[in-house]
Design a protein around this ligand. Sequence first.
Ligand code: SF4
Length: 343
Amino acid sequence: MRSENFISPKRFSHIYVERSAENHPKTSEILSKFPESSVVSIDSYKEVFNPSAQNFQAQKRSPKLILAERKDQFLYSGSGIAPDFGYRHFYYNALVLNCLYNCSYCYLQGMYSSANVVVFVNNGDYFRETDERLKLSKPLYLCISYDTDLLALESILGYCKEWIEFARSRPDLIVELRTKSANFKSIASLKPAPNVILAWTLSPESVIKEHEPLTPRLASRLKNVKQALEAGWQVRLCLDPILNVPDWKTIYREFVGDVFREIPGDKLREISLGVFRMNSEYFKNSKKRRSNSYLYYLPMETRSSVKSYPEELEKEMFSVVEKELESFVPKEKIHRLIANETV
Ligand code: SF4
C-alpha cells in the first residue's frame, strides 16, 4: 500500500522495548499511538535486530518496531562518504535505523540484516552530544535523516519538530532533513528556521512506481516542496539516484520538465544530483536480497569500494540531466555527487 502520510495504529503487530528505555517519556508517547500492538520486553535491541539469519524482505512486509536507548555514537563523521556541500565539519546521526519505505536500490538492505525499525528514544542525549561537538567545530553541518526517513515517521516520533526547535537557537548548526515523504504538513505550523534545510529526494513517476514502492507519488512530493518554499523554508532537491532505466534520457528529461512546471527554480537553495552508487559490500548483500531487481545486474564498475555505472555512462547521465536543469536553475546551484565520494 502506498503510504502518503498516515501511519495506522495497527502498523506494528509487535513492539519490542529495551528494559532501559521502558520508563522514558518518549517510549510512553510512542506506545500510546499503537494501543493494539503486543509489547515485548528485551534486554538489548541488538538481540532482535542484529542476528544475521533474518529474511529482510519478509520482514519488510510486516516490520516490527523496536524502542531502545542509544548508549554511544550519537554522531558519525560524514567526511568522505556522503555529500558535504562544502562544509568542513560534516556529521550525521542515526536516531532511527531503517525506513518504512522499501526502495529497490536502498543500501539499508545491504547494511542491516533486519528490516525492523529501531527508534532510539533518548533524543536528549543526541542534543547534548551535538552541543559538545558544536563547541569544537563550527559551523557544523548535520544530517539527521540518513538511515531512515524521519519526516515520514513524524506523526509517531515528533523528532523533526524537536530538531528544528533545537537548531533555531543554534545558528552555527546547519541541519539537513532529507525525505521522500509528503508529510510537510506535520511541521507546517512551525516558523521556518533559516539553518534547517528540507531536502526532498525526487524521481520520475515511472521510477517511483517500479523502484520506490510505498513512497508518495511525485505529484504529492512536489506539492509539499511548493508549500515549503511558499512558507519560506530552505529547500534542496535531490535528484538521486539517477537510474539506468530503459530510455533513461527521455524519462529524466521529461521528469525535469515535470518538476519545474510546479516548482520555481530560483527559490530553491540548490539541487544535488547523484547517479546510482553503493558501497560494494552493501551492493553484494542487497543483490542477494533483491535478486529479482534488474538494477543489480546492470553493467557496473567498482571505484574506491563503491559500485556505480561505468564512468562514461555516469558522465553522460550527469550532463544530460544538468543540461535540462540549466533551463530552470542557475548553474551554480547544481551540485554533482561523484560515485567514489559517497555510499
Ligand atoms: S526512502 Fe531512502 S532510506 Fe527509505 S527505503 Fe527508500 S532509499 Fe531506503
